[in-house]
Every structure is written in C-alpha cells, then in structure tokens.
Design a protein around this ligand. Structure first.
Ligand SMILES: NC(=O)c1ccc[n+]([C@@H]2O[C@H](COP(=O)([O-])OP(=O)(O)OC[C@H]3O[C@@H](n4cnc5c(N)ncnc54)[C@H](O)[C@@H]3O)[C@@H](O)[C@H]2O)c1
Length: 328
C-alpha cells in the first residue's frame, strides 16, 4: 500500500480465522509479521511471516515473540459456543490471564495494542442497536454461556486499566458475527456451507427467527487495521459490525440457494445444547462511531460474502474434511 511505513507486528491468534486474514493483509502492505498461536499453522509457510507456537499463558514465550514490535493485534482467545460449554475454565483463563500477559509485554515493548473483543459483551441488552457505551446485560454465573462475554469484558477493562496506569496505547474492536473463508464449521454460516457442500441437510434452530448482523471477514480486517492506524482511535472502543439484521432462517436459505442444497432440519436449542445455553434474540451494533473515527463501513453484502465463502470452500478439501463441530 502506498505511503505505509512498514511496521513490526505481533498477531496473537494469527493461525485462527480472523487472524489468518489479518496477517495476509498486513503482509501485503509490507509489515513484518510474527504470529503467536498455540495452534500450528496448516499449509505452506507464508513468506514474510514468522510463526511462534506457544500458549498465551507462557509469558516467557510471549515475551520472546513480542520483542521489539511496534503493534500487537491480540486476537488469540477461546471462541465458540461449543468451547464455552466444554472448556469454561480455559475460556476465562486464556481470555483473561492471557490478555494480561499480552498487555504486559506490549507495555514493556512500548507497543500499541488492538484487542479483538466481541458483541457478546453487550449480553442480552434488549435496547438494540448497541452503541459502544451501551449497557451490558448478562445472565447468571450458573450458566457457562456467559463465561465468554464476561472474560472478554474483563479483557476490555484490563486494556483500559493498562492504558490509564501504564500509558499503554490501546484500541478495542468489537466484532459482530464475522464470517468468511476458513472459519471453523461451528457457526451458522460456516457450518451451513460445510454441511451443504458435504451433502448434509442444513440446520435451522428454533424456527430461525433469531437475527444477527453478519460481517464479512475482509470488512472486519479493514476495521481492525484502521483502529491500529488511526491516531484518534487511541483509548477508544469500536463496534465493527454490519447494521443489516438478517434472521437465521434467511441465512440458511441463502446458503441453500447458493449451494443448491435444499434439505433443512429443524432443531430445538434447549433440547440440543441443554439449559446451560441461552441464545439471544437480536444482536445489532450501532456502527456510527467506526464510520466517523475510522471512516469504516461494511462494504460486502451478505449475498456476496456468502458467494465468496462458498467459492472458496468448494476448492478447499482440507476444510470440507474438518469435523462438523456443531452442537446438535
Ligand atoms: N469470528 C467472530 O465472529 C468473532 C466475533 C467476536 C469476536 N471475535 C474475536 O476475534 C478473535 C479471533 O476470533 P476467530 O473467529 O478468528 O477465532 P479462532 O478460534 O479461529 O482463532 C483464535 C485463535 O486463538 C488461538 N488460541 C486459543 N487459545 C490460545 C492460547 N492459549 N494461546 C495462544 N493462542 C491461542 C487458537 O489456536 C486460534 O488460532 C477472538 O479474540 C474472538 O474472541 C470473533
């Protein structure tokens, strides 16, 4: 990209879904990228990318990976409904203590930090659309479902606390239902595409009435990089999400139409996931702030994003061979 001064960048979680796309974009503009991830990268090594395999809880390994960096994009986390239910302790430990370690090394290196947070922090606040300063409305601690939202909210508090007490230059992005190529088949879009292309019926939960605001991964990456680059973003949090609300039945219908797979089964969530899971009716961002401060707006329609995701998936046998980690 013209006019960009290359930077030394650490991407935690750079092997994961959003991280992979972010690393590609940073590399394209000439940044020197180190990935820190507990999961080894698949496929051929990426030129210009150094990969350090390690756990966020291993401070020494993290410290070595982050030596001399200018910017840290902190994306590593335990993510996904199946994970909140099966690994609630790791969710808290990694998303909270891991973030503390990342902030520590960034503060010591004098690096800027972008924390990847989530729309989940708003919980079940019924007053959509949610502005960044909207209230958090969460369920009880007896429901593991809320461990992720709580761990990420605490990670946000930690980030602001480091900014205040240690002068850390930190920015936070809250993603809303990001989808696209490479996403683990455990979410409505990725799982529907995965099932359709594997010749399995698509699944609609609870009549498909719940809505989400689906955000294509390329748009999420653009918002993330702008949050790092924009001086006025320091100390701020941004909703990075489309404001177009789509119900689950429509999403599954679009995937069915684009793949030519029409068999659909209906599942009752409480029966499938147990009472420890509580799903939300609506989740809608107000993305005005990202528009004003970052000049960011989502540019990819759901139909186009789905078409691109499906085209990629058709050519990606390794991904089609992944187990379907859905809950039903
Ligand atoms: N995808 C979305 O819709 C979405 C929505 C809201 C927020 N987010 C946030 O964006 C970030 C990236 O999410 P994603 O969808 O790419 O998830 P992902 O699961 O694909 O990627 C997370 C990465 O973190 C790594 N990781 C997990 N535990 C680790 C540990 N202990 N040490 C080091 N690495 C570890 C994993 O190996 C994985 O590569 C996360 O912080 C997530 O909370 C994503």
């Amino acid at each position: 990209m013209s006019g960009h001064t290359p930077q030394r960048v650490l991407v935690t979680g750079g092997t994961g879904f959003v991280g992979h796309h972010l690393v590609e974009r940073l590399r394209e503009r000439g940044d020197e990228v180190t990935v820190f991830d507990v999961t080894a990268p698949g496929g051929a090594p990426r030129p210009g990318v150094r990969t350090v395999e390690g756990d966020l809880r291993d401070t020494a390994a993290l410290e070595r990976a982050g030596r001399g960096v200018d910017v840290v994009y902190h994306l590593a986390a335990v993510v996904g409904v199946d994970q909140y239910l099966s690994r609630p302790l790791d969710v808290i430990d990694i998303n909270f203590s891991g973030t503390r370690n990342v902030l520590d090394i960034a503060a010591r290196a004098g690096a800027k930090v972008v924390l990847a947070s989530t729309s989940e922090v708003f919980g079940k606040n019924p007053a959509v659309p949610w502005r960044e300063d909207g209230d958090r409305v969460l369920g009880p601690t007896t429901s593991d479902r809320w461990s992720y939202a709580s761990s990420k909210a605490l990670a946000e508090h930690l980030t602001f606390a480091f900014a205040r007490q240690h002068g850390l230059d930190a920015r936070i992005v809250r993603y809303f239902n990001v989808y696209g190529p490479r996403q683990r088949p455990a979410y409505v879009v990725s799982r529907s595409v995965h099932r359709a292309l594997n010749g399995r019926p698509l699944v609609v939960y609870d009549g498909g009435r719940q809505t989400r605001c689906f955000t294509y991964v390329d748009d999420a990456v653009t918002g993330t990089i702008r949050a790092a680059d924009e001086p006025a973003a320091a100390g701020e949090v941004f909703n990075i999400g489309s404001m177009v609300e789509t119900d689950m039945g429509t999403v599954v219908g679009l995937v069915a139409g684009l793949t030519g797979r029409t068999a659909v089964v209906h599942v009752d969530t409480a029966a499938a996931l147990g009472q420890s899971y509580e799903d939300l009716g609506r989740r809608v961002p107000d993305n005005t702030k990202a528009g004003k401060v970052l000049d960011w707006r989502p540019e990819t329609s759901l139909r186009d994003g789905l078409a691109r995701t499906i085209e990629w998936a058709r050519a990606s046998d390794w991904w089609l061979a992944l187990p379907d980690s859905g809950a039903e």
